[in-house]
Design a protein around this ligand. Structure first.
Ligand code: CMC
Length: 431
């Protein structure tokens, strides 16, 4: 609790309601309005949660003004430089960096859970050949709750831990099955001798008719992208997972809800939308036309990969990915640089434009990630699936934090009702 307090004053009769303030470790304090309805008969109104903390959390911190992102206190740029995705997953789930033995045992557990039930695999035959992979992913992840009854007691810490390992291990396998289905190729089983990202590449790109050599540059690039996407505090999909999970539903259903939320173009679907946009723009001379469209309030077109609810400065993840783009494209010898050149030019033009300056609109994590995925031969429709694989770690960490909280309550927002007042039913003949 803070020493600070606010009073809510009714300007009509002068009644004062004292509101406590709570301080976090970092970032703005919050006004605790929990007693407001009981004491003043008032709700608060904040569509889109622009100024509302929906929960208390110890996992991730963002300073949107300074462009800072910390996982359990560690700056994401340090983790990107020195850590690995599975080490970051351990950090997010358990709160501290693992020791050597802890990391090894975590890695072994994730590796040993990569197989999926054969019946689950058969679900894919039911999907149309051109089904979007995100549709398959949310459907199949939701249906995992029909397979793991043995470990779905959400009040059992051991069950929750097994769920966490299972879902993190199986997401790449399910994603690869969705990819193979869309390509009309046979499913490739996971290989436990491979690390997390090499195994993913193997399941995506190996075919029975020839040997597939894993390019370590590609595996490292994926690992880095996954670190950067692993968590981002109370974003739309994470809040969805928390809200769905707050009812006590099984965690697979809660994660499936998160996947559905991530798919939207304002959220994780933006990486696919950025590539579509760059391809539509086509060449640098057309950029001004699209920038003008993005600025026109009468036009629904937005610069995809630009702007963020929290960052009013450079998204630190976008900075890292932009640098990485040059390196990865050069190392892979991939001829995709015209797209990167176009993206860089678009960024330059937008960042000099008064409209974007005034509104603090900077490139976000999705602006450059698609260019790397594309260089790794991952098709556009799979971009958001890749994001989902990484973000599953964050979703699980938040779900765990919420379920383990003894003060857990079902999430149940209020509303400002503006519909019709009470009225009596009119029989059909009298209408
Ligand atoms: N292009 C053009 N104008 C924009 C853009 C954009 N990308 N983003 C925001 N604006 C304008 C918006 O029109 C508004 O202008 P005005 O004040 O004149 O009405 C102002 O900036 C504030 O925008 P907002 O929509 O109120 O801001 P928000 O915090 O509600 O939305 C956002 C944040 C990310 C949804 C939005 O910036 C956006 O739609 N960006 C494009 C989609 C995108 O890249 N999403 C990925 C986000 S990062 C990864 C993730 O979350 O998964």
């Amino acid at each position: 609790m803070s020493t600070k307090r606010y009073d809510l004053v009714d300007s009509g009769n002068g009644t004062r309601i004292p509101l406590d303030v709570r301080d976090g470790t970092l970032g703005p304090s919050v006004v605790d309005i929990g007693r407001l309805y009981a004491e003043a008969g008032l709700f608060t109104y904040d569509p889109g949660f622009k100024a509302t903390a929906s929960c208390e959390s110890r996992i991730t911190y963002i300073d949107g003004e300074k462009g800072i992102l910390l996982y359990r206190g560690y700056p994401v740029d340090q983790l990107a430089e020195h850590s690995s995705f599975l080490e970051v997953a351990f950090l997010l789930l358990y709160g501290d960096l693992p020791g050597r033995d802890q990391l090894e045992s975590f890695r072994r557990s994730i590796t040993m859970h990569t197989m999926i039930n054969e019946s689950l695999l058969r679900f894919f035959n039911g999907f149309h050949f051109n089904a979007h992979p995100m549709a398959m992913l949310s459907g199949v992840v939701g249906s995992m709750s029909a397979f793991y009854h043995d470990t779905m007691d959400i009040n059992n810490a051991r069950h929750r831990d097994i769920f966490a390992h299972r879902i993190i291990a199986k997401l790449p396998t399910i994603a690869a099955a969705a990819y193979k289905h869309s390509m009309g190729q046979p499913f490739v089983y996971p290989q436990n001798r491979l690390d997390y990202c090499s195994n993913l590449l193997h399941m995506f790109f190996a075919v029975p008719s020839q040997t597939y050599e894993i390019d370590p540059v590609a595996a490292n690039a994926l690992d880095l992208l996954f670190i950067l996407h692993a968590d981002h505090e109370q974003n739309a999909s994470t809040s969805t997972v928390r809200l769905a999970g707050s009812s006590g539903t099984n965690p697979y259903s809660a994660i499936a809800a998160g996947i559905s939320s991530l798919w939207g173009p304002a959220h994780g679907g933006a990486n696919e939308a950025v590539l579509n946009m760059l391809e539509t723009i086509g060449s640098a001379d057309k950029i001004p036309k699209y920038v003008e469209r993005a600025k026109d309030p009468g036009d629904k077109f937005r610069l995809m990969g630009f702007g963020h609810r929290v960052y009013k400065n450079f998204d630190p993840r976008a900075k890292i990915i932009r640098e990485m783009c040059h390196k990865v494209l050069a190392e892979l010898g991939n001829n995709d640089s015209p797209l990167l050149e176009l993206a860089l030019r678009l960024e330059e033009i937008a960042l000099e434009d008064e409209y974007f300056i005034e509104r603090n609109l900077y490139p976000n994590v999705d602006f450059y990630s698609g260019i790397i995925y594309r260089a790794l031969d991952i098709p556009k429709s799979m971009f958001t699936v890749m994001f989902a694989i990484a973000r599953t770690v964050g979703w699980v960490a938040h779900w765990q934090e919420m379920i383990a909280d003894p003060a857990r309550k079902i999430g149940r927002p209020r509303q400002l009702y503006t519909g019709p007042d009470r009225r009596d039913y009119v029989p059909l003949d009298n209408r």
